[in-house]
Design a binder for this molecule. Sequence first.
Ligand SMILES: Cc1ncc(COP(=O)(O)O)c(C=O)c1O
Length: 339
Amino acid sequence: MNIAEEIIKLSQNENPLGPSPMALKAVSEHSESMNRYPEPYSQKLEVELASHVGVLPENIFACAGLVESLDIIIRNFVKNGQNMIIPETTFVAYKVLSKLFEVDTRFSTMTHYGIDINSIIENYNDDTSVIIIANPNNPTGTYINQDELIKLLEVVSPNTLVVSDEAYREYVSVEDYPDTLALQKKYPNLMVMRTFSKIYGLAGLRVGYVITTPELKLKLERFQAPFTVSHVAAVAASAAIKDKEFVDSSVQSNREVREQMYAELVELGFDLVPSQANFLFIHFPSTEKRDSVSKELRESNIIVRPTDFFGDSKAMRVTIPKPENYKIFIACFKNIPPS
Ligand SMILES: Cc1ncc(COP(=O)(O)O)c(C=O)c1O
């Protein structure tokens, strides 16, 4: 059996190459100022993010990770008598927050493990105030293309907020992925979310941002407590956006291993979906089989994520490892029969 000497954690879609080196350097240079409070709202970072993505600062809302923005939206933007639509198999935080705040939530069905825009449209009514789409979707790694997103935006009222959660966008390699910033010009109700937790390797620092209209930014800010984005997080984020070399090598490594891993697992007879993200979704004939595979991997010091809480109890989600760990991972899988 191939046993990794250290734990190989493939359960939270973190960057296996570590944090951005430029962010690390910036953090160490600013460590002396930890006794100081950060800005109450991260205006300096918002100005830098605005120029990074090519919008105005009044279009950027910085937050302590996307989960903070999701919390604000789900808690406050769906009023009594209104509803929210999310896919059946998607990022667990949407469901957790909707339960916590007792939001009337409709679940659109999946087609071939992908988000089905037609099902979202079928669930939509005059009382739908928020629709959230993870694009690429977690845990399945599938994506919605430009035409599908436009189809949805054409149907819903301008008063319905359509959130495109683009936590994994940097890993996308297809041509028809939506150009959401261009679409926002025609559809101001399209809100775009991006994070420093994935490609930039800063999940532990908690920083992300939303790109939206000045009116919606103010609405988000109204519900945000001051000081949620720490000074260290802001400094790291502003350095990370300049770290092109790290972003490029993370994208490259992910793409190469993702392609190889997908091809080899399919060849071994496993059931999986092509992924545009930094993870693969592997489906099994039964929960027992899935659990026994997880156990075997765990015994080899490899941790993966069962997807029960995401909406599928027969699957696991595996973060794309770095090349040297991929060798250990695939050697383990080669000893496991698919059914
Ligand atoms: C689709 C999606 N959105 C948001 C997040 C969380 O982002 P953050 O770390 O910025 O809160 C995740 C984390 O796994 C995710 O998969």
